[in-house]
Write a protein that binds this ligand. Structure first.
Ligand code: GRF
Length: 209
């Protein structure tokens, strides 16, 4: 059973998908703490309802972004977290977090990376006119939305899609692949090889090739 910490800034529907998957035994792990940089993030309420410790960490209380990330890392390490999941967390992760959790931070992004990194990926996809959009779960590195890719799912962009239509269609897939990626991590089945992530079969032992 791995111990999971989740970082959020808002609604927390991906957090909910992970909480549900843990509760239903689809992830061999438990969410032990949820941290938010926003006091009013609904995800904090979701965590409390699930009986999970939920903490607002106010960036304004720290002199620098690095100091803020050091505080996050300390909170997570004090709870012996094995894996950190960014779930709608709207900040770049800095060195203290990357050092504390090497290859142990995941993110979900609402595009088929490397297309449309950054803010409002759905709006970027609509503006560009792509016919296929989707979402990506990836390991977090220092750059924005650019670490090795674990899972992706594609959805069509339909003729009359509004921003909200596309957002909802992508989110349905996010709620499927994020828990799945966390499960693979928890089962020790992800191996990073350069930019690629190899997914080991359930029976493969670490060290097999
Ligand atoms: C998701 O679309 C995710 O891909 C992006 O932020 C959104 C968070 O939604 N990183 P929620 O807070 O999980 O509902």
């Amino acid at each position: 059973m791995i111990r999971i910490g989740v970082l959020i800034s808002g609604n927390g529907s991906n957090l909910q998908a992970i909480l549900d998957a843990c509760r239903e035994g689809r992830i061999p792990g438990e969410v032990v703490v949820v941290l938010s940089d926003k006091a009013d993030a609904f995800g904090l309420e979701r965590a409390r309802r699930a009986g999970v410790e939920a903490i607002h960490v106010d960036p304004a209380a720290y002199p620098t972004r690095t100091a803020f990330d050091a505080a996050l890392a300390e909170l997570l390490q004090a709870r012996e977290v094995d894996l950190v999941c960014l779930a709608g967390y709207m900040r770049l992760v800095r060195k203290p977090m990357l050092t504390a959790f090497p290859d142990r931070i995941l993110n979900i992004h609402p595009s088929l990376l490397p297309a449309f990194p950054g803010l409002d990926a759905q709006g970027q996809a609509l503006a560009y006119g792509v016919k296929v959009a989707g979402c990506t779960v990836h390991f977090v590195t220092a750059g924005m939305d650019e670490g090795p890719i674990i899972l992706q799912a594609a959805v069509p962009v339909l003729e009359d899609d509004t921003h909200e239509d596309l957002r909802a269609r992508i989110q349905a897939e996010e709620h499927r692949i994020y828990p799945e990626a966390v499960r693979l991590f928890a089962e020790g089945r992800l191996r990073i090889e350069g930019r690629r992530v190899r997914i080991l079969s359930p029976t493969a032992q670490e060290g097999d090739s």
